[in-house]
Design a protein around this ligand. Sequence first.
Ligand SMILES: [Fe+2]
Ligand SMILES: [Fe+2]
Length: 262
Amino acid sequence: MAKATGKKAAVKKAAAPKKAAAKKAAAVSPKKAAAKKAATPKKVAAPKKVAAPKKVAAKKVAASTPADQKSLLQKLFVDGLKDIYGAEKQLTKALPRLMKAATSDQLKQTFEEHRAVTEQQVGRAEQVFQLLGIKATAKKCEAMDGLTREADNIVAETQKGTMSRDAGLILAAQKIEHYEIASYGGLAQLASTLGLEEAKNLLGQTLQEEKDTDERLTQVAVSSINIESEKEQSPVPVMEEENKDENKQEENQNGQEENKEN
Ligand SMILES: [Fe+2]
Ligand SMILES: [Fe+2]
């Protein structure tokens, strides 16, 4: 048995180098290795994985073509125009309320003048719609809605006939003007990019009017209203007045009682 085992072992040992040699030969075979290396990139490059980015790239190229870019910008421009057209219409309704609530004639006049200017601006926006060949459509402007409500809150929270109310109204009106300045500035720029020179000029005219109104409001504020407003004192609440009288009566009574005891 031991001899037989020794023979088998010898046979295995003899066979082993052959297998190892075969493996080495296969591993070393430069032709096969080169063939494998050459085949691998071909498989990766050809199929779907490489095709996917091609589709994305194609879309990007399409989006950046001048025709598509213009239509997207034009949509953005028209949306913005509808928004500011709605904002101006909302403002024409709010300005008479602010004018009525104002204390000084100077501020009343400023609001009245700007109401008339705002009506002209509505007409100018309609001209821009006309240039684009689109029906003038007003979109509710959420920002203007909030800004005019804030102005109404100033009226509710301040005392009638005070300069403090006017100072608050100027603050609210300037927020409105700055919103309009931002809107018209942006729209005029979009019109320029779209090559709509006439629309750009019309929007630029309104932009200048908004800037002038903002400046006018600052002048009205600093010339007198803010100065007068600073002198105004917060009225003493009625309850406090009553309490003061009651305290005085108590003091007098106590004093009289003390005198009696003496
Ligand atoms: Fe305006
Ligand atoms: Fe305005």
